[in-house]
Design a protein around this ligand. Structure first.
Ligand SMILES: [Zn+2]
Length: 356
């Protein structure tokens, strides 16, 4: 007999499709995954609405009844509103399709959890690794960190959409991927010091996701299609590492705490992956690792590496560093229980060139 605490359940995506014009095959994929009848699409800002409309017409032409919901902000109120509308109209969808960047997919994840339906993730940018993981960040839930929702049954990355997205999003995706280095170092530290559960396979997969982009940085820099594919594969495998670990541990450590802290003190100044990339440079320094290599690659591909490039003051960087350890007290990292003093934070930011 196993105690419940001995059981480790892993839910993985069943199908991952990456390619050009793969959207045209979406009806076949859904039928093979036993999704028929009614589906709902959740899209985000104006740039993704047209993509949502295209997906809707492809599915409608193949006999699906499709209802589209647009979200402005990834908030719990938006989730409740969509869930209420779906229930009020007795829509009974077989799946929720999140079509957009991070926000629409985060809302779709939570809606699918509330409605107990399958989730299909159709990212239109490659800015972070939430596209393949069951974790979602929503505002208005009294937490800055992610909540566990539904693992996507399928992830579809159509290169046509991804290549048209702003390049800044791709670069942010690289920032979210280099973060796996320090995330895994923090995880090992928590395992060695506190005996926290550590899954070697998930950790290796996360590191592999980071290496995958770091060895291909030139392809990413020059915007080749292969560069986009590499980032897509890296983000998806990082998402799968989280599915295997059952937590965000392999993908999110002190560098993410710094980014969440910066969101708190400076009101979401830059893209998640951009902030996390800068956090990774500084946390690699604290871990005594090769932070210069990470900084050079980020700089080479055009990612922000300084406070000014992130669009925040030097004081906000220091302030965020000093409170980062309080963002998620249950997550032990190199920042320790006490965090950094103002002076230590200032030195860290200055020694790594984040502030001058
Ligand atoms: Zn992230």
């Amino acid at each position: 007999m196993y105690k419940e605490s001995d059981v480790h359940q892993i839910d993985l995506p069943k199908r991952i499709v990456i390619g050009t014009k793969v959207r045209e095959d979406l009806p076949r994929h859904l039928k093979e995954l036993d999704i028929k009848g009614v589906v709902i699409i959740i899209t985000g800002s104006s740039s993704t609405i047209s993509i949502g409309d295209e997906i809707r017409s492809i599915l409608s032409n193949h006999g699906y009844e499709v209802f589209t919901f647009k979200t402005r902000e990834p908030t719990i109120d938006e989730v409740r509103k969509i869930v209420n509308d779906v229930l009020k109209d007795h829509l009974k969808p077989k799946a929720v399709l999140g079509v957009g960047g991070g926000k629409a997919i985060d809302v779709a994840k939570y809606v699918s959890k509330e409605l107990h339906t399958d989730l299909i993730s159709i990212p239109t940018t490659l800015s972070h690794d939430g596209v393949a993981s069951p974790f979602a960040s929503l505002k208005g839930m009294n937490t800055l960190v992610s909540i566990k929702t539904t693992t996507p049954l399928m992830i579809m990355v159509d290169m046509d959409y991804i290549i048209k997205a702003p390049r800044r999003h791709l670069i942010a995706g690289v920032g979210d991927l280099v973060a796996k280095y320090t995330a895994v170092l923090d995880w090992r530290l928590a395992h060695n010091l506190l005996g926290e559960y550590y899954a070697e396979y998930a950790a290796s997969l996360a590191i592999h996701s980071a290496n995958h982009v770091l060895t291909s940085w030139e392809k990413i820099k020059y915007g080749s299609e292969e560069g986009y594919r590499v980032v897509a594969e890296g983000l998806i495998s990082s998402g799968v590492a989280m599915c295997i670990a059952g937590s965000t541990r392999p993908a999110s450590g002190s560098e993410h705490l710094f980014s969440h802290a910066l969101d708190f003190v400076a009101n979401y100044p830059a893209l998640h992956g951009e902030q996390v990339g800068v956090g990774t440079i500084m946390m690699a320094y604290l871990h005594g690792k090769n932070w210069r290599k990470i900084r050079n690659i980020l700089k080479n591909i055009g990612a922000p590496v300084t406070a000014r490039e992130l669009g925040v003051s030097e004081e906000k960087i220091i302030e965020a560093l000093t409170i980062a350890h309080k963002i998620r007290p249950d997550r032990y990292t190199i920042l320790g229980r006490e965090g950094l003093s103002w002076k230590a934070a200032e030195n860290l930011a200055r020694n790594t060139g984040v502030i001058s």
